[in-house]
Ligand binder design. Structure first.
Ligand code: CTP
Length: 401
């Protein structure tokens, strides 16, 4: 099922240069199955025309409280009752200030005041405006009131400056919105996730790594957080942003990952080992760069400790231990063998031999095995696959109670 099926989103677009990105947000919301109605502020109309939003949403765009024809079709109070979630993207400093004050001086602010639907706000503005104490105080007021803040992101800004204030990536906005619709089935649970590759240093400039991007593990951490869990993410060297609300510990080598995971273990209810841990590491890391000399070079590698097996055998073993298996053949047999051999509760296997899923991809498909069962999670974005996996984790936790 599309993740936002049944959701009726009111997309508020306020007047900043990032208003053009709202069209992409709208597109993604529709792809995710949501119905969307768009309300633009007067200043947003200076940046983008309403026709794009009308075409993408399939409904006329509203921008004024005083539009008689629109009011006759669906009055603003009716619109405020219709929506299941209000998303303002981009939210300017002015819009945030008006929301904080509870003003109702245009259609969008009036709708926010007149609706009981959850409000999600994705700010976008110049970095100095964002950092200004007035804006920060307004944001703090909104957050204290239960408004969900999405971003802003850091990076190059349209004004030529660099810093915090960019609109969060449309994919991440929609992912956060999807997350906000999930029932909090993991509330009160503590989930520990390992993700990414490990880099095993040969000398100061070279290492042995692997192709894991960390995307699956990060998606699992985000899904667990979205379902209400307290999440700790032990991450190998990856270039991914930390999912909102997740505590992250960065590591490089397998030995460091093991130490971090075992140190965190006692307080956790679930461990998901999504990292692609090196099975072998150089027996020693040389202090100086190796100079080329002979035609061949031999590096002695040594087996690393199996973190997952150690977690499963630990005296303070979490109630549920989940492993991952990347297979290219005989998936079920190999995965079930790992399940038994390592003493796991669940194993999520993916067929990395298939194009368009697994390593370095945004998509995946999983077959999850446990002693008495199996669940196939269909091919799709890692965010959705991770949510399906975490629903199964919640099922298994409930079943084990
Ligand atoms: N794992 C681990 N520590 C290691 C190696 C692997 O915790 N040193 C975990 C991974 O996080 C993953 C699972 O074990 O959850 C993968 O199992 P593994 O036996 O390493 O799988 P493959 O490398 O796919 O197995 P094989 O060598 O049998 O192909």
């Amino acid at each position: 099922m599309a993740p936002l099926q049944g959701e009726r989103i009111l997309l508020g677009v306020s007047g900043g240069i990032a208003a053009y990105k709202a069209a992409e947000v709208l597109r993604r919301l529709r792809d995710a199955g949501a119905q969307v109605r768009v309300v633009m502020t007067a200043s947003a109309l200076h940046f983008v025309g309403p026709t794009t939003f009308q075409a993408l949403s399939g409904h006329p765009v509203r921008s004024s409280l005083w539009d008689e024809a629109a009011e006759a079709a669906m009055g603003h109070i009716e619109l405020a009752r219709w929506t299941t979630r209000i998303l303002i993207a981009p939210a300017t400093a002015n819009t945030i200030a008006r929301l904080a004050q509870g003003r109702a001086n245009d259609l969008l602010s009036t709708l926010c005041l007149a609706s009981e639907a959850p409000l999600l706000v994705a700010p976008a503005m110049n970095r100095v405006m964002w950092a200004h104490p007035a804006t920060q105080a307004n944001v703090a007021t909104l957050v204290a009131r239960g408004v969900e803040l999405l971003g802003p992101a850091e990076g190059d800004q349209a004004c030529g400056e660099v810093g915090a204030g960019r609109l969060l990536d449309p994919d991440r906005i929609v992912a956060a919105l999807v997350a906000s619709t999930l029932p909090p089935r993991l509330a009160g649970k503590r989930v520990l996730v390992s993700a990414g590759p490990t880099f095993e240093d040969i000398d100061p400039v070279r290492f042995i790594g692997n192709r894991s991007s960390g995307k699956m593990g990060f998606a699992v951490a985000a899904a667990a957080r979205a379902m209400g869990a307290q999440v700790t993410l032990v991450a190998g060297p990856v270039t991914l942003p930390t999912p909102a609300g997740v505590r992250r510990i960065d590591v490089r080598r397998a030995a460091q990952m093991r130490a971090a995971v075992l140190a965190e273990l006692p307080a956790h209810d679930v461990y998901l080992g999504a990292a692609a841990v090196a099975d072998y590491a150089p027996a020693e890391t040389l202090p100086q760069k190796i100079k080329k000399s002979g035609e061949t070079l031999t590096i002695v590698l040594q087996r690393t400790a199996d973190i997952l097996a150690d977690v499963a055998a630990h005296p303070q073993r979490p109630g549920l231990v989940v492993g991952f298996a990347a297979e290219t053949q005989d998936m079920e047999a190999y995965a079930r063998d790992k399940l038994h051999r390592k003493g796991l509760d669940l194993i999520a296997a993916n067929d990395v031999g298939r194009a368009g899923q697994g390593f370095e991809c945004d998509d995946n498909a999983l077959s999850v095995f446990w002693r008495e069962g199996r669940l196939d999670i269909a091919h799709g974005p890692k965010s959705r696959v991770a949510r399906d996996l975490m629903q199964l984790v919640a099922d298994r936790l409930e079943a084990s109670r």
